[in-house]
Design a protein around this ligand. Structure first.
Ligand code: PLP
Length: 467
């Protein structure tokens, strides 16, 4: 494969001319996660097509999508079976809702299939449209559950600094990144944040990895004690933190955290919105990290992102509370117009079928070692302070001084410069502060992995030469 990166650098920065698509974009579209003052000058990067792990832009550049869009297009950008599944369902029943006991076959089949593959005992599946709606629904479930079982004071939810759980009011509050709180008057009360499990960055001098995990569990317990265990209802965590910089938990972390949660009867929500469906080399990261959650949220790779759909698994004790509460109130007053949308559900079902029939998880297990090896090899660069990852997800973190782990000043500029440099070499990656993340489509081959890292190494070399 040759990356068609001819003159990508010249082509990618649009000049926002008069009547162009770029100028119409600037004039009309409020982009998510964008600096709008900068956007008015640079304009958008318009993607026009996709083929396998590649996307093309409106200048004809063919680019490796090293982040699968937003950690989501697991089957790449041209899986015909998903298009056919959507078309079949659109021709049969393009929409119906699932309120007030109405149902559709795709929603039933998908819920049943998900319960079949989830690795821990779960009772029911609730559908929504985005990761944020799934985690927001989990917050409401925590509150509903504790009210229904007569513990109305047990409502606080502990999340982690640098955790990412979405952007709706409650989910953004659980997200532990300042950019999601500033100017939004967030977080709301009853949402607390404990420490980030990033061993390389946060461990004390000489502290062993497992001792670091012990210290974090003790800090969690201290927080619970300080707040009053009778007020803490749940803890939410991504098995591997994604948007916070791809932070893989230290050895024994979840084992120790889960002991603390069990001790104080605190619900555990595993946010598998990125990790779910093969990313870590198993269907769920709940298996990879031996988690025992009461609820699990999934989205993104559930449908390979071809349709917006997310899901919240709840275990039986939560379901029993929902049953009791809804009987008292007369309804379970939560749900979306598009919960269990039949087209989205049909596409998700087909995605799960492809994972099984095409052996996608086995494929991930085959290619994850070469992927992790190439990632680790980036440590040879003078300004790569750490590489980290698991399965088919990873990141490298840029530092001004490798020995002292000193960050660049201003923080974030190096990450942007390197991800821009990678784009010029034909690879889309995502800068998260000064970390640069990889999360390619799960269908990536070993030779495509090598193409991707060859291009990233050229980009890093050119960038270091400018310092
Ligand atoms: C772990 C996690 N949870 C929740 C979300 C929110 O998902 P969405 O952007 O679909 O609302 C994300 C998005 O990246 C995520 O990574």
């Amino acid at each position: 494969m040759t990356i068609d990166a001819t003159n990508v650098s010249a082509n990618i920065a649009p000049t926002v001319p008069g009547n162009s698509d770029a100028s119409r974009d600037v004039a009309s579209y409020l982009h998510p996660y964008t600096n709008h003052a900068a956007h008015e000058k640079t304009g958008p990067h318009i993607i026009t097509g996709g083929d396998g792990i590649y996307v093309t832009d409106d200048h004809g550049n063919k680019l490796i999508e090293g982040l699968a869009g937003l950690w989501c297009a697991s089957l790449g950008f041209s899986e015909k079976r998903l298009v056919d599944a959507a078309t079949r369902q659109l021709n049969t029943l393009p929409y119906y809702h699932t309120f007030a006991s109405r149902s559709t076959n795709p929603a039933i089949d998908l819920a049943e299939k998900l319960l079949d593959i989830v690795p821990v005992p779960m009772s029911k599946v609730f559908f929504a449209n985005s990761g944020s709606e799934a985690t927001d629904s989990a917050v409401k479930m925590v509150w509903y559950y504790h009210n229904a079982i007569g513990q109305p004071e047990k409502k606080k939810i502990i999340s982690r600094k640098k955790g990412y759980h979405g952007v709706t009011v409650a989910s953004a509050s659980m997200t532990g990144l300042p950019g999601n709180h500033k100017l939004f008057d967030l977080p709301i009360d009853r949402i607390l944040h404990t420490e980030t499990p990033h061993y390389w960055r946060e461990a004390q001098p000489g502290e062993e990895e497992e001792d670091f995990a012990t210290r974090l569990a003790e800090q969690l317990e201290d927080l619970i004690q300080a707040e009053g265990p009778e007020t803490v209802g749940a803890f939410i965590a991504e098995p591997i933190m994604g948007a916070g910089g791809v932070i893989v938990p230290p050895r024994t972390y979840f084992e120790k955290i889960q002991e603390v949660l069990a001790k104080y009867d605190i619900l555990f929500i595993a946010d598998e919105v990125i990790c779910g469906f093969g990313r870590t080399g198993r269907m769920f990261a709940t298996e990879t990290f031996k988690l025992n959650p009461d609820m699990i949220t999934v989205a993104k790779q559930l449908s390979s992102a071809y349709q917006p759909i997310s899901a919240l698994f709840i275990n039986d004790k939560i379901y029993q509370a929902v049953k009791k509460g809804s009987n008292e109130v007369g309804t379970f007053g939560h749900g979306f117009t598009y919960s269990g949308h039949p087209v989205a559900a049909a596409v998700a079902l087909e995605t799960l079928k492809i994972y099984e029939e095409d052996g996608i998880i086995e494929h991930v297990r085959n290619v994850m070692s070469p992927f992790q090896k190439r990632l680790k090899n980036l440590n040879k660069f003078d300004h790569v302070g750490e590489t980290r990852g698991r399965g088919l997800i990873g990141a490298f973190e840029l530092v001004a001084d490798k020995c002292a782990k000193t960050p660049f000043d201003p923080y974030g500029a190096a990450g942007k410069a390197v991800s821009d440099a990678c784009l010029k070499e034909g690879v889309i990656l995502r800068a998260l502060g000064d970390s640069v993340a990889f999360c390619p489509p799960l269908i990536i081959t070993e030779s495509q992995i090598n193409d991707m890292f060859d291009a990233v190494e050229i980009a890093l070399g050119k960038w270091e030469a400018t310092l």
